[in-house]
Write a protein that binds this ligand. Structure first.
Ligand code: F6P
Length: 373
């Protein structure tokens, strides 16, 4: 009977859906039927804190669970119900130009005897996985990010739970917005992609939605608000993606110092828009950034299911020795794409998925598609 040791890690911003994916990768790999079917005995170890675990671990010394956790069915049994990641996460980049640790990571993978490595992450974590794959490591990717900005897949873990957080928050804000006849500007995450604001706004019925893919004109926002008031609106809900920017302006930053992947810390556009409305219309306006609440909470039913499917499919790829791929969903089918393909950013199509006239969710779908043809 041959043996195969699998490593699994979660990198980048945490979110709901990671634990279900870990649980199902473990359950699938350790399934006795699979062992019998392919004549291989699998073992799974969890690497703690993403790529940081593979940099900091000393494989020659007992680790005592600091950077690796042996995973078994009993341990992961309840994980699919729980948010965040039990393996921990970090934004560590082994290819950081200021301190390249990629060689050390590859050495440690070899010393740990990992024959396959499942990386669950977004563009940064999967970008590292791709480069390691090119250097000969047997990597498999699972897509996760509340930003839903990966290509080659229609879903990334965490997105639907984050939409539920946004929708609940808007529902709660409506009562206070209505009681005071105020405008609420709610800032969502999403970096360069407007998916969270757009689909969160569509789910919660927001009046105006501002996304990074379409620069906004503050005068037009104010015109739309006043137009709404004329047609009887007592209060308004406006959703703004953290990466949205005014025409001719730049993205608003909380901190311009980049992290090891070169990302700056976005935030503040919600208050910028609220101030613009107060000044331009004289209407009482408040802003609120939902921030990391969008990454929190237990996975919704869809994230539990998708985590399950992605976890199982990742092990299927290992069994088939089909490395360098990311599991994905396309047209409702679980499938795979080369990790490299997933790294191209997926952004909102402002012609078919957004109403740039009303700065809002789409109001034509079949008609719009026809127009495009
Ligand atoms: O996970 C992606 C993301 O949620 C972005 O939308 C956001 O800009 C970023 O994480 C913030 O992450 P952190 O505060 O963990 O660095």
């Amino acid at each position: 009977m041959s043996k195969c040791r699998i490593g699994i890690l979660t990198g980048g911003g945490d979110c709901a859906g990671l634990n279900p994916a870990i649980k199902w990768a473990v359950k699938t790999a350790l399934d006795k039927r699979l062992t019998r079917e392919c004549g291989t005995e699998f073992e799974v170890i969890g690497i703690r804190n993403g790529w940081q675990g593979l940099i900091k671990i000393d494989p020659s010394n007992p680790d005592n669970g600091k950077y690796i956790i042996p995973l078994n069915e009993a341990l992961v049994r309840t994980w699919d119900r729980l948010g965040g990641t039990y393996l921990g996460s970090s934004r560590t980049n082994p290819y950081n130009p200021e301190k390249d640790c990629s060689k050390l990571v590859m050495e440690n993978i070899a010393k740990l005897g990992l024959e396959a490595l499942i990386a669950i992450g977004g563009e940064d974590t999967l970008g590292v996985a791709h480069r390691l794959g090119q250097a000969g490591v047997n990597v498999i990717g699972i897509p996760k990010t509340i930003d839903k900005d990966l290509s080659g897949t229609e879903y990334t873990l965490g997105f639907e739970t984050a939409l539920n957080v946004i929708t609940d928050a808007v529902d709660n804000l409506r009562t206070t917005a209505g009681s005071h006849e105020r405008i609420f500007v709610i800032e969502t995450m999403g970096r360069h992609a407007g998916w969270l604001a757009l689909e969160g706004g569509e789910s919660s019925g927001a009046f105006i939605i501002l996304i990074p893919e379409c620069d906004f004109d503050m005068n037009k926002v104010n015109e739309l608000v006043l137009e709404g008031r004329k047609s009887g609106a007592r209060y308004d809900i406006i959703l703004v993606s953290e990466g949205a920017k005014p025409v001719g302006g730049a993205m608003i930053l909380k901190d311009e110092a980049p992290d090891s992947f070169g990302h700056v810390y976005l935030g503040g556009v919600g208050e910028f828009v609220a101030r613009g409305i107060r000044k331009g219309t004289g209407l009482e306006t408040r802003s609120l950034a939902l921030g990391h609440l969008q990454r929190g909470g237990d996975p919704c039913a869809y994230d539990r299911r998708m985590g399950r499917y992605f976890g199982i499919a990742a092990v299927d790829l290992i069994v088939a020795k089909d490395f360098g791929k990311m599991v994905s969903i396309k047209n409702g089918e679980i499938t795979t794409v080369p990790i490299k393909e997933a790294l191209k950013p997926s952004l909102v199509n402002t012609k078919t998925q957004y109403d740039a006239e009303r700065y809002s969710g789409r109001r034509a779908i079949l008609r719009q598609r026809k127009k495009k043809v």
